[in-house]
Design a binder for this molecule. Structure first.
Ligand SMILES: Cc1ncc(COP(=O)(O)O)c(C=O)c1O
Length: 389
């Protein structure tokens, strides 16, 4: 029997497609966003110890208490907002589940949800599953005079209607590497003062911000925090994307609704890994060095590519770098990404994949995304291939 699809527009993601092509052609994979190195051995030991000595049974539905407390302390140290570990913080199966549970819990049929393009591929389909309506507002793309994406707060304000129930933000931003500034929060405060919508803030890259800049979160302003669901993850922060441990923080009444969905989709999350992470965070300060670690990799890639035809844009955070490929012609970004994998042996991600219609003109700005969460030897090998193009 053929099921009636709820998501007719969803197929295999470009990430899987490019990774499969990279594997088939034995190309270097700078496409999908995960490290090709191990997490800190101290963290591995803490998790192994938790597996060997317990706890190994179901965690509480909301997460292991010591981890929720550690998340609370980490947020106070970095963003200043004081969540209640019992009522406001929920440990989830990655940021993915936190985002999905939040959208399913809080969006009702007909609600409009504003997404900022280019946007992470999860948001629109899950809004559709909740019978909400995604409303896509594009960032201004890079130009010669202003070679970076930037937010158009007037366009965002214009998109708000009485049906707007949620605005989804993602900073530091995948794929552009853009971070928020205090002026962005000023604009957001101004718009939200006159409208009653929630903010879903996906901060999966919160600890990877470069050039001495602080991570700016909407939760740093009490007026925004009161309507905000903060989502993050240990995947990028601890170089452990396969563990799928994330979290979601929101004032009690919002968390209560989100937990209803979380309870019946995953119930609870891997207990010993939660315990291991909590014990690691208590004594280890590796997070503080994370931005510097990735800044060195960003600079290595940018420096290496200076001899190539690819022109790097500035990356302010995340472990992604966008490159302008205009010197290689003006076709669809996806075609170029495939060509680059075949001819140079390096897989990348077309930025057009982060738009509703990747084949449209508005989605193609001759930009590819390169992931630099790779060993220096991997980066150097990729640089050599890209320079010889
Ligand atoms: C912007 C963004 N949000 C969420 C996620 C999902 O994070 P997790 O692996 O913790 O589910 C990712 C992963 O790539 C991401 O880039």
């Amino acid at each position: 029997m053929n099921p009636k699809t709820k998501l007719p527009l969803v197929g295999d993601t470009i990430f899987s497609e490019m990774s499969a092509l990279a594997q088939q052609l034995n190309a270097i994979n700078l496409g999908q966003g995960f490290p090709d190195y191990q997490p800190d051995s101290e963290l591995l030991n803490a998790v192994c110890q938790a597996i060997q000595q317990g706890p190994n049974q179901y965690a509480p539905m909301t997460g292991v208490p010591v981890l929720r407390q550690a998340i609370r302390d980490k947020i106070i140290a970095h963003q200043g907002y004081s969540y209640d570990a019992d009522t406001d913080i929920t440990v989830t199966s990655g940021a993915t589940e936190a985002l999905t549970s939040s959208i399913l819990a809080l969006i009702h049929p007909g609600d409009e949800v504003i997404l900022i393009d280019p946007s992470y591929d999860l948001y629109a389909p899950v809004v559709t599953l909740a019978n909400g309506a995604p409303v896509r507002v594009a960032m201004n793309p890079p130009t010669k005079d202003r070679p970076r994406f930037h937010l158009d707060w007037n366009a965002i304000a214009d998109a708000v209607t009485p049906k707007t129930r949620m605005l989804i933000l993602n900073f530091p931003h995948n794929p552009s590497g853009l971070t928020l500034r205090e002026e962005d929060l000023d604009a957001l405060e101004q718009i939200s003062a006159n409208h009653d919508f929630l903010i879903l803030s996906d901060e999966a890259y919160e600890h990877i911000v470069f050039d001495g800049q602080p991570h700016v979160s909407p939760t740093s302003r009490p007026a925004l925090a009161s309507r905000c669901v903060l989502v993050s993850s240990f995947a990028k922060t601890l170089h452990a994307t396969g563990w799928k441990i994330g979290y979601c923080c929101a004032p009690g009444p919002l968390s209560q609704e989100i937990r209803k969905v979380h309870q019946f989709s995953v119930f609870s999350v891997n207990t010993p890994i939660q315990a291991g992470i909590a014990s690691y965070l208590k004594t280890n300060h590796a997070i503080q060095g994370l931005s510097a670690f990735y800044q060195r990799k960003r600079d290595r890639l940018v420096q290496g590519l200076s001899a190539s035809k690819l022109r790097p844009l500035h990356s302010e955070g995340t472990f992604f770098l966008l490159v302008d490929t205009s010197a290689l012609g003006h076709g669809l970004e996806k075609d170029l990404a495939i060509r680059l994998t075949q001819e140079a042996g390096v897989a990348t991600i077309p930025v057009s994949a982060f738009y509703a219609d990747p084949a449209s003109r508005n989605a193609n700005h001759q930009l590819l995304r390169l992931c630099f969460a790779k060993q220096d030897t991997t980066l150097d090998a990729a640089i050599e291939k890209l320079v010889s193009l």
